[in-house]
Structure formats: structure tokens, C-alpha cells
Design a protein around this ligand. Sequence first.
Ligand SMILES: [Zn+2]
Length: 86
Amino acid sequence: MDEPRLVAVVRHKSGRFTRHLVKDEQRFVAPPDAVDVWIAREPSIEELAWEVVNDGVCEAVDGCPVEPDGICPHGAPSWHLVMGII
Ligand SMILES: [Zn+2]
């Protein structure tokens, strides 16, 4: 098993999402064009696949339930979108 990774998901002004490995949450510096930043434990590919197969309801990076290719009301994308699985 891989260690869970902490990542920062950044929504840029352009609307693009990127993710960045975070070693120290306190020290993460968001890029200058960041509109939103969410820091969370990155799910494994297996977890993401299970969500889709199980009930099709997936988790956004802020924890909200969303469609696999969805964005929650707070603007947070699903992990599938961020990780390029969809
Ligand atoms: Zn949300």
C-alpha cells in the first residue's frame, strides 16, 4: 500500500485545476493566480473506481458529493476531474 498523499488542489483564474504535493500544510504557498485552494488527502485509484461502480456518487476535493465529472456548489471539482480519470 502506498502512503496517503496530501495534495493541494488549486483552481486557477483560467478555470484550470492543478494538484500539488504538500509536505507541510502550514507552508504551502498557493500560486499567484489561484482562486481557490483545497488541501486534502488524495484518494487512491481504487477508491475512486469503487465510488463510480458503487453508486456513481463521488467526492469533491472539499468532501461534497458530486457526479464523477462534477463540480460542487463551492466550486470544488471531483477527484476524478482533478486526477484526469474522467
Ligand atoms: Zn463543496
